[in-house]
Design a protein around this ligand. Sequence first.
Ligand code: NAP
Ligand code: GDD
Length: 343
Amino acid sequence: MSKRALITGITGQDGSYLAEHLLAQGYQVWGLIRGQANPRKSRISRLASDLSFVDGDLMDQTSLVSALDLVQPDEVYNLGAISFVPMSWQQAELVTEINGAGVLRMLEAIRIVSGLSQSRADGSGRMRFYQASSSEMFGKVAETPQSETTRFHPRSPYGVAKAYGHFITRNYRESFDLYGVSGILFNHESPRRGAEFVTRKISLAVAQIKLGLQDKLALGNLDAVRDWGFAGDYVKAMHLMLQQDEPADYVIGTGVMHSVRDAVRIAFDAVDLNWQDYVYIDPALVRPAEVETLCADSGMARAALDWAPTVTFEELMRMMVEADLRQVSREVQYGDLLLAGNW
Ligand code: NAP
Ligand code: GDD
């Protein structure tokens, strides 16, 4: 019998790579879809035609119970969230509801559908739960690199909500013996990354500038440093975490730091342009409280999961620029409006 997985956040970057990975492993995969006519559903359907869908929303407890009851998954991957950090200062309450309380709702749905007492039972046959935690929880970092034992100091309402989701997952593991793990993932990107995130904003702008469709690129803090990896590598770590005998939380990253300035330079170099001719700073894009640096110590995941990243940052930026050059050229050729979200 093939395993069954339910993924929230199926229309996002990670949901798409995880669905492809699980389908390739022989899983039956369901994606939780919210909204009455979610325009991103057709995009993921095109990529993964064997995928099934079930309606639901992390804001709606009953819909999660119904979805789990219908699908009866072996594994639940909770990737659904408002993931753009600046939005969390604009709509802090909504972000807290979805990214924080939404985790609690899913954990409660698992308890309800499993039978409240069964979550304490022998452990075989119970639903396994993956929570998408974030390096944003480390925020103003207490040490470098950051590992599973580094204390949290989140710098945004997004990071605070993710810390709640992280601790409630751990608490349900300890309180109810629920098989729940959190992957503390550092920034991961791809050609499917949303156009609002800095790497994709850069790769898309570079493609448009190269093709004569854009003059300048406005950015915020060029000195911010991140540990950036490839999303396709990181979803494999999510899956591996749920295959272990004992549930545990893991840090996932490359251990290599780059600045936003590095990202810009590599991307413009890829099309033989000098970034200083095009990039300017817009103070409105600087955040009220910044996470200045992030760097992962993934020693535990490397040892216990045998996981390692396969794509360097330079390869990643070039991959994204090349994908955007192809996409923008196609859109010019066919006279379409630029739909940055198209994969
Ligand atoms: P993404 O591309 O922004 O996707 C977010 C997904 O969440 C979308 O499918 C969205 O669906 C869904 N969603 C939003 N509100 C929802 C709600 N109320 N109920 C159910 N689903 C909802 O994000 P991503 O990059 O794939 O990241 C996946 C997860 O990992 C997120 O939780 C993110 O916070 C976390 N994370 C990401 C990174 C990273 O670098 N990518 C690092 C650490 C942690 P709609 O189509 O309905 O909007
Ligand atoms: N988005 C954006 N746009 N970021 C900019 C810009 C800009 O114009 N200019 C500079 N930056 C800087 C930000 O200030 C931040 O320090 C860095 O680039 C990365 O920003 P994002 O790509 O928006 O990602 P993030 O680090 O805030 O959050 C991502 O990674 C987290 C994990 O650490 C998201 O995927 C989160 O959902 C995820 O949890």
